[in-house]
Design a protein around this ligand. Structure first.
Ligand SMILES: Cc1cc2nc3c(=O)[nH]c(=O)nc-3n(C[C@H](O)[C@H](O)[C@H](O)COP(=O)(O)OP(=O)(O)OC[C@H]3O[C@@H](n4cnc5c(N)ncnc54)[C@H](O)[C@@H]3O)c2cc1C
Length: 183
């Protein structure tokens, strides 16, 4: 049997770990996720205020999945075909590799069972003027959080020089961000 897990976030990583443990060597577990890193998202709040570095909350998934016997593909799923295609009823997922060595290459991964754990879609555009690169910073991913810290440092420098700074802390449109707590 072949189980494909899309996404290696909190839910996908947990699902893959338990599936492999319960199914053992006779069944395949394949994880498809676009980043080579697993990140512990809640700790991004500490990156955003300069208390942690991104490397302290992420690890290289290849090493862990190799040890566990899980086939890890650094790629994003682009389409799910639960009824297969013409000439075959085997369900499959189209993937596009994001790793440096295979970037842009596409593949087809067949499955018996599929776990879709791709998480929220960050869609800052839903709220006009919001989003990194516009008027707000975010802690929804470690690169966003590292950027938030860079911007906060600039404000701290200004305050040290006696310049007043105003901070607005909140969360975006429910369809727009990861809806982490407003820190
Ligand atoms: C700053 C912050 C603090 C938080 N604090 C808490 C807390 O204290 N307590 C709490 O319960 N929750 C907290 N949360 C929320 C929690 O982190 C999320 O609910 C959780 O990460 C959701 O898990 P997930 O696996 O569904 O999605 P994610 O963790 O977002 O994982 C999704 C995965 O899917 C991958 N993916 C995306 N698109 C594709 C694709 N096309 N193909 C393949 N893979 C794809 C992503 O790269 C990622 O690996 C916090 C969130 C943030 C941002």
């Amino acid at each position: 049997m072949k189980v494909v897990v899309l996404g290696a976030g909190i839910s996908g990583h947990t699902a893959a770990a338990f599936l492999k443990k319960k199914l053992g060597k006779n069944h395949d577990v394949i994880v498809v996720s676009p980043s080579k890193y697993y990140q512990w998202l809640p700790s991004n709040i500490w990156v955003g205020v300069g208390k942690m570095k991104p490397d302290q909350l992420r690890f290289d998934q290849y090493k862990v999945y190799n040890r566990w016997g899980i086939d890890f593909r650094q790629a994003k799923a682009t389409a799910i075909h639960p009824e297969g295609a013409t000439g075959s009823h085997t369900a499959f997922v189209d993937i596009e590799y994001t790793s440096v060595d295979k970037k842009g290459e596409t593949d087809r991964v067949e499955y018996d069972y599929l776990v879709n754990a791709t998480g929220p879609k960050l869609n800052f555009e839903v709220t006009e003027s919001m989003g990194p690169g516009k008027n707000t910073v975010s802690v929804c991913s470690y690169d966003h959080a590292a950027h938030a810290w860079e911007e906060l440092k600039k404000s701290i420098e200004k305050m040290k020089k006696g310049e007043k700074q105003r901070f607005l802390i909140g969360t975006g449109h429910p369809m727009g961000t990861c809806q982490g707590a407003a820190f």
